[in-house]
Design a protein around this ligand. Structure first.
Ligand code: SF4
Ligand code: SF4
Length: 383
């Protein structure tokens, strides 16, 4: 199973229209964070470190759909917090589907069995279920036993009801490529459409700082995983990924990409988050237009901001890979046919330019106005 043709066609048509019009910065996936509250507290989460009054806030149905319209991206990813806690989530999803946008509803799946009948199967709706590895690895990652089994049961239930399902897998330090490969094999037997995979971003609001991978370690790990996943007689992975071929090649260390944070703009209870989904201390814009036009983009990216040093996350680099696919279709086709290159020298990381960084910063909501919780550093949390 792969992304349905209707999605490939609509998204392709959207990107082609932007490229033909010479639009340099365009949104591809709106990251709609409707709440920060969660029913888990994972070790690497950088999203739930807020006091109670902020965790209780919700993006309303009206504001959520206004953000979808304002942004105009053809795809909407709904992470959190745990979106299924939000009482208006079925209406938010239905409103996005009615606009013929492709929704990825990201959930840890604990509440999915309870709420699944509030949703209708559609080519426009995918449940993206958080699963970081085998039973032992996932339960360790989310700091709670039994969550893996609930997630797997929820995947089977959603598939039996005809929903599109992907898994969302974040890799951390200490991963064993053999174990990850075995987990991907197991995941594919569940009838999922594909795997979304990313090295964990090193949130400094996450209490466990030792869990994150650096860029070099990430690239080495992905090469080893992909080596174990080759199809017989081919270098292509036998797993289906929810990514472009060039993003997989980037993960394997072969593309010197800079991130395109505007490709995944983020809207949450504070407004439009500058500059991206991952950096939570840079302020908020009052409108999508202001986010795109007034953000000091030149201050962000690997080599341009210390907070970006270890980032290889798909929300920053998949948009770059997709843009490259449209600019260099032959290169993309070759990569798709051959799979990621798994040997030889890796592409160099961008040079460090911190010292040259301009000081322009435009924020509508100052970060100092947003309270963080005083949670003890050892208390677990995660994305
Ligand atoms: S590298 Fe880009 S996507 Fe990653 S944290 Fe920095 S600005 Fe965000
Ligand atoms: S990473 Fe874990 S704690 Fe954070 S939002 Fe996702 S499920 Fe909740």
């Amino acid at each position: 199973m792969a992304v349905p043709l209707i999605q490939a066609y609509r998204v392709g048509r959207y990107i082609a229209s932007k490229k033909l019009r010479g639009v340099k910065r365009y949104p591809l996936v709106l990251m709609l964070e409707p709440l920060f509250q969660c029913n888990l507290a994972c070790a690497g989460c950088g999203k739930i470190d807020y006091p109670k009054e902020i965790l209780q806030k919700r993006v309303s149905l009206e504001d959520a759909l206004r953000a979808v319209d304002e942004c105009g991206a053809p795809m909407v990813s709904i992470p959190g917090g745990e979106p299924l806690i939000h009482k208006e989530m079925p209406q938010i999803v239905a409103g996005i589907v009615a606009r013929k946008k492709f929704v990825y509803l990201c959930t840890n799946a604990i509440l999915l069995a309870k709420h699944i009948d509030e949703y209708t199967p559609s080519p426009y709706l995918t449940f993206s279920i958080h699963l970081d590895g085998s039973r032992e690895r996932h339960d360790e990652s989310v700091c709670q036993e039994g969550v893996f089994d609930k997630a797997v049961a929820a995947i089977k239930l959603a598939r039996s009801k005809g929903f599109r399902v992907t898994i969302n897998c974040t890799l951390f330090s200490g991963e064993d490529p053999d174990h990850v490969a075995a987990f991907f094999d197991e995941a594919m037997t569940l009838g999922i459409e594909g795997i979304t995979v990313s090295p964990g971003y090193s949130y400094h609001h996450a209490p466990r700082q030792d869990v994150f991978l650096g860029r070099s370690a990430s690239k080495r790990l992905f090469r080893e995983i992909f080596k174990r996943g080759r199809k017989k007689g081919s270098s292509r992975p036998r797993w289906t990924f929810n990514h472009s071929a060039l993003f997989l090649d980037f993960l394997a260390g072969n593309q010197a990409y800079e991130c395109t944070p505007w490709s995944n703009p983020t809207y949450n209870v504070f407004g439009w988050q500058r500059p991206c989904y991952l950096l939570t201390d840079e302020g908020y814009a009052p409108s999508f237009k202001s986010l795109m036009e007034d953000t000091a983009w030149e201050n962000y990216g690997v080599g341009r901001n210390p907070a970006c040093d270890n980032c290889m996350a798909h929300c920053g680099f998949e948009g770059t890979a997709v843009d490259d696919t449209f600019s260099h279709p032959l290169k993309a086709l070759t990569s798709a046919l051959r799979g990621p290159r798994l040997n030889g020298p890796m592409a160099a990381d961008p040079p460090i330019l911190y010292g040259d960084r301009p000081s322009r910063t435009v924020a509508a909501v100052a970060v100092s106005d947003i309270k963080r919780s005083n949670r003890e550093p050892d208390a677990p949390s995660r994305l």
